[in-house]
Structure formats: C-alpha cells, structure tokens
Design a protein around this ligand. Sequence first.
Ligand SMILES: [Cu+2]
Length: 215
Amino acid sequence: MLLRVLALAAPLTMIAGCTNAVEVAPTAASSVLTSASSWTLYQGSPSPSPAGSWPAGTVAAGTFLPFRPGSTAITYDPAVVPPGASATVSIAENPRGMDVRVQAAGLIPRRAYGAHLHTAPCTAVPDDAGPHYQHRADPSKPSVDPSYANPRNEVWLDFTADGYGTATASSALGWTFAADRPARSLVLHAQATRTGPGVAGTAGPRVACLTLPAR
Ligand SMILES: [Cu+2]
C-alpha cells in the first residue's frame, strides 16, 4: 500500500484553476521519498495521538455516501461526487511546517474540483463544515480578501480528475495547525477555487465532505 501511495504521489501536482498555484518542489518530493517510513495509511478511524499533535502522515480516509447518522464521508451532490468515490487526506509535519496531501478516486473523469480544509466536522448540512482553516485569521467574515484567502494562508487542494476519475493534490505550508483549533474537514467543491478580490477562496457549492479526526 505504501509503495502505491508513493507512486501516486510522485508526479508533481499543480493545483488547477488557481493563479497562486501551489506546487510541490522537487526537494519536497524527494524528502517525502526519503522519509517514506513516516507516511502511514490509516483506514477508518486513525489512532489517537498520545503526543497531542498529528502523527506523521495522519490520515482520514473515507468513501463518500449520502448522509446517514455517523457518517464521516458524505456526498451532497451525487452527480458531482458519485457515491462510492473516496478520498484520503495525509498530513505530514516537518521542520518547515507541513505537507498536506489528498488522493481521490471514483470522481467524474477530467472534471475540476475545488478542495480545501475547513474548520468544522461534516454533517448533513454542507455549511456546517464552517469556513476555510486560516493560519492568520481574517477579521472580516466571510473571508474573500486575497491577502487572507490564499493558498499560503489556507489549505487549498484543488485538482482535476484524470481519465479514470482519480486525482492527487498536495500543498506545502510553512506552518502547522494551532493546537486548539485543528482543521476538521476536507470539503470538495463543484468549481475550481477563485482568487480575485471579493471572491477569493470561493469555489461553488459544497459537493462532498470528509471529516478529519480531532488531534
Ligand atoms: Cu472550501
């Protein structure tokens, strides 16, 4: 499984539809390969971290299905995220900050999706996942100011599914989550994320949600 993850992770992935594209530098990719043992896949609920922080490679993995009580991976729009589609989120802290990665499958081939980490867990109501996680919190809400709503201050993981409906995206960030307010969900949106003043960070309707574990 680990080898397959690394094989998927190997291509440098540029976030689609975003002028402030985040690209994993070759050095980051090679450091992932050299620290391969720190990347661990969890299926279902990850183990709690005794250290009170994300373990290396902490993952939420889920299969998107229509909401039912106890759901951790929900599709809100089955035409955009078909039931049975899946996503995995990996968060690997490093001396510079963290690398966040998403892998997805079962999506609409060649379709663009917006994707971000949000502040609250998923529920039956898409907006319950809250706003985007921000390292520096925008005093204005909703945050559509590009100086706050950008892929260096938020975790943007936009992707375009390939011909098989699979995708990988990653973001290298120079910070980690605040101890008392970790990101709690991956939200997939119907459109690529916009970057202009007044619309920065918006990406259309929320079409699916994967709850991330609390620390
Ligand atoms: Cu979002």
